[in-house]
Ligand binder design. Structure first.
Ligand code: UGY
Ligand code: MN
Length: 241
C-alpha cells in the first residue's frame, strides 16, 4: 500500500499502469483517455492512451495527430477514404484536417498530438496511413539485436518521428544519449532497465515514460523475450524557432 514504480521528476516521468486515471476530453464519446504527458508536465506535445467502448469516437485534435493501434480495430475517416487499422496500424493526420477516429468494438490506441511547426517553403505533410509490419526495420548503429522501424518518412515536412525499437534479450543502447529532442515512450512488449537522468528503473509492458530535452537516457533489455517500445521525438526544426 502506498507504493508505486511511477516517478515524477523535473526531467522525466515514469507513468506505470497502477497509477493511471482515465478522464474525458471534449468531443469524445464512449471513449476515455489516460493522459500520460502534456504541457502541464512541461512537454511540447501530449500523449494519451484512448480507450474506446464499442461505438466510441474521439473529438477534434488539438493540432496534428498520430494514432497507433494497441488492441482492437480503430477506424480513421479523414480525406476521401475510411481506413480500418488493426493492432500495429497507424495514421498521421495533419493539423486542421476534419477527421473521425472511432472504434466499432472495444479498442485501445496510443495518440500523440501537438501544434504543427510550419517551415516557410516546406509544405506540411499529408495524411499517411500504414502498418508497422510493412515498415522495413534497420539495425541501430549496426547492432542487429536492436531493430528500429521509422513509422513516418524522414523528410523536413514532418516535425516529429515515431519509431518502434525492438531489443533482443540482453540488447542495449550502445551509449547514454543526451539530446535536445524530448521523448514519449510506451512499452509494448517485454521489459528491462531504463536509465533516466541518474536513476535506473525496471520497466515493463504498459509503462509510459516522458523524457524532457537533454534527459540522459539508456535502456537495456532483460528477460527471456524481446522488449519493444513505441517512441516519439520532436525533430527537424531549428532550436531557436
Ligand atoms: O531515437 C532516439 O533518440 C532513441 N534511440 N532514444 C531512446 O531509445 N531512448
Ligand atoms: Mn533518445
Amino acid at each position: 500500500m502506498g507504493h508505486t514504480r511511477s516517478v515524477r521528476r523535473p526531467s522525466y516521468l515514469l507513468h506505470t499502469p497502477d497509477t493511471f486515471i482515465p478522464t474525458q476530453i471534449p468531443g469524445a464519446s464512449k471513449a476515455s483517455v489516460i493522459v500520460h504527458v502534456s504541457p502541464a508536465m512541461g512537454a511540447g506535445f501530449t500523449q494519451y492512451t484512448a480507450e474506446f467502448e464499442p461505438g466510441g469516437v474521439l473529438g477534434a485534435a488539438a493540432g496534428e495527430r498520430f494514432v497507433y493501434v494497441l488492441t482492437g480495430t480503430v477506424t480513421v475517416d479523414a480525406g476521401p477514404h475510411k481506413h480500418a487499422l488493426a493492432k500495429g496500424g497507424y495514421a498521421y493526420i495533419p493539423q486542421g484536417v476534419e477527421q473521425r477516429v472511432a472504434a466499432i468494438e472495444k479498442a485501445r490506441a496510443a495518440v500523440i498530438e501537438k501544434p504543427y511547426r510550419l517551415v516557410p517553403g516546406i509544405g506540411a505533410p499529408e495524411l499517411l496511413v500504414g502498418h508497422e509490419a510493412d515498415v522495413k526495420s534497420q539495425a541501430l548503429m549496426g547492432d542487429e539485436a536492436l531493430q528500429v522501424r521509422s513509422l513516418l518518412p524522414d523528410t523536413m515536412a514532418f516535425d516529429f518521428a515515431v519509431n518502434t525499437m525492438s531489443y533482443q534479450p540482453g540488447a542495449a543502447l550502445s551509449m547514454v544519449e543526451i539530446h535536445v529532442m524530448e521523448h514519449g515512450l510506451l512499452m509494448l512488449e517485454g521489459g528491462g532497465i531504463y536509465r533516466l537522468d541518474d536513476e535506473w528503473h525496471p520497466v515493463t509492458v504498459g509503462d509510459f515514460i516522458w523524457m524532457a530535452p537533454y534527459c540522459p537516457q539508456w535502456f537495456g533489455a532483460l528477460g527471456k523475450t524481446p522488449a519493444k517500445y513505441l517512441i516519439y521525438k520532436d525533430w527537424n526544426r531549428h532550436p531557436l524557432e
